[in-house]
Design a protein around this ligand. Sequence first.
Ligand code: AMP
Ligand code: ZN
Length: 113
Amino acid sequence: MQDCLFCKIVRGEILSTKVYEDNEVYAFLDIDPQAPFHTIIIPKQHISSAAEIDSTNSQVISKVFEAAAKIAKQENLENGFRIVNNCGADGGQTVGHIHFHLLARRNLAWPPG
Ligand code: AMP
Ligand code: ZN
């Protein structure tokens, strides 16, 4: 997608701090961290939101979660972490490329606001 912010990050047209990359997944530090460790994990394939997941694209979501577990090991997040997906306006989604926040290194409140 030409004008998608996160597609531009995948293409290297916008700089990011890489945390993890493989053929299907890219992870980078959030520019406005909500925890001491806050990375955004995305499929390189443009999918606009969780509402657009179906049987033709769901396999890349499993790759996102495989990447999350690798990142947790890589970053020594042995105390745990939280993965968040915001979907749509009421879900608080501000970037129209599906992404998963991985937050860690502080005690995270539950339920969230
Ligand atoms: P959401 O509100 O769930 O759509 O999350 C979008 C996230 O992208 C926010 O946490 C932003 O801080 C983050 N973000 C926006 N632009 C950038 C950028 N250029 N580099 C890194 N993170 C970004
Ligand atoms: Zn995109």
